[in-house]
Design a protein around this ligand. Structure first.
Ligand SMILES: Cc1cc2nc3c(=O)[nH]c(=O)nc-3n(C[C@H](O)[C@H](O)[C@H](O)COP(=O)(O)O)c2cc1C
Length: 367
């Protein structure tokens, strides 16, 4: 009997071949210093094109929004052209792809900031114990503590909203099937959402609706240039690393899910926190999310193919994102169809340069 995970899923006028999603994965392998996607990146994504949907690695909307050397950008013509080659390669193999747009906020370093200034955030609160990745004078990459940020002015917040809009327009021009707002994992938008990282006293801080405001303003700006049926958002309720300790994670997720639903966007992708030591999201919580959001729901976090099949059969998820399994198994869909075997991901090459641990994981026929 065919697995439901391998059956098609329609969202808007886009038909996904199956419900296996390649979760967004930062791999730090674009061309430095301009963060332009390369032929190697195109090869990596094209190898994984049998996924129902590939979500790109997080892609910064500005240099100031970067926190990891080698992560991709989408704010220059060269980056747009680089992404077009990647998307064309995925389309040539019949795949569909979403562009995940991010701003890291305080998860950054003077290295990425104009004139070596402080990174930006809702409030001047450091992400204690968090690391970003910079290029040293000798050309090697190194993980270093993030720098203490400064609080954004209202005018600067408006500029960031505009940068999301511009980047989203570039994503459409590059041919992406979807564009995703990265509002998860302790980066800028979740820094605004969470009670402990947002101490503002203006319209972006205080009550929940104010803390949610920037996430929705960004989405509305993206909606000006992307069809609603081509838009997605990623949230990570109960996420508890990168210095996030939100007192109202459920309320925030439900409020936002409802607002996303009103706007009729294509999908909501939920990053479950258990893979980084957080709680397991309960069935009760997932039911509430299902009620609040009428579009496609994608969950990711420590799913085995068996657990993923259960999740889509339960009706609480429409599709499942696989992260580390996709790093190691370019032909994950075929492997799921055959019941395995699965290559094991090598953590030591998650964020290193070159093809090792990137495009050299064997497909089944070559195993
Ligand atoms: C190397 C690596 C890079 C990641 N990069 C991103 C990213 O760019 N954007 C994002 O939203 N999540 C990112 N994640 C989280 C994954 O999308 C996913 O939620 C997580 O790996 C849990 O799924 P898994 O247990 O199937 O690996 C990353 C995870 C890993 C391991």
């Amino acid at each position: 009997m065919e697995l439901k995970l391998l059956t098609p899923l329609k969202t808007g006028d886009v038909k996904l071949a199956n419900r296996v999603v390649m979760a967004p994965l930062t791999r730090c392998r674009t061309a430095e210093p301009d963060n332009v996607p390369t032929e190697l990146n195109a090869e990596y994504y094209a190898q994984r094109a049998s996924a129902g949907l590939i979500i790109s690695e997080a892609t910064q909307i500005s240099r100031s929004g970067q926190g990891y050397a080698g992560s991709a950008g989408l704010y220059t013509d060269a980056q747009e052209a680089g992404w077009k080659k990647v998307v064309d390669a995925v389309h040539a193999k019949g795949g569909k792809m979403s562009a995940q747009l991010w701003h890291v906020g305080r998860m950054s370093h003077a290295y990425f900031q104009e004139k070596g200034g402080a990174p930006v955030a809702p409030s001047a609160i450091a992400a204690e114990g968090s690391k970003c990745n910079i290029v040293l004078d000798n050309g090697t990459h190194a993980f270093v503590p993030c720098d203490k940020p400064r609080a954004l002015s209202i005018e600067e917040i408006g500029k960031i909203v505009g940068q999301y809009r511009d980047s989203a327009a570039r994503a459409v021009r590059a041919g992406f099937d979807f564009v995703e707002e990265h509002a998860a994992n302790g980066y800028l938008l979740q820094q605004f959402q969470a009670t402990n990282t947002n101490r503002r006293t203006d319209k972006y801080g205080g009550p929940l609706v104010n803390r949610a405001r920037l996430t929705l303003e960004v989405l509305d700006a993206m909606l000006e240039v992307v069809d609603k049926e081509k838009l997605g958002v990623r949230l990570s309720p109960y996420f508890n690393i990168n210095g996030i300790a939100d007192a109202e994670p459920e309320q925030m997720a439900l409020y936002l899910a409802d607002e996303f639903s009103k706007r009729g966007i294509a999908y909501l992708s939920i990053a479950e926190p258990s893979w980084v030591g957080g709680i397991s999201l309960t069935e009760t919580f997932k039911k509430k999310i299902r009620e609040a959001f009428s579009g496609v729901l994608i969950y990711a976090g420590e799913y085995t193919p068996e657990k993923a099949e259960e999740a889509v059969n339960s009706g609480l998820a429409d599709a499942i994102g696989f992260g580390r399994l996709y790093i190691a198994n370019p032909d994950l869909v075929e492997r799921i169809r055959q019941g395995g075997p699965y290559n094991v991901p090598d953590r030591s090459t998650f964020y290193t340069a070159g093809s090792k641990g990137y495009t050299d994981y064997p497909a089944l026929s070559k195993t």
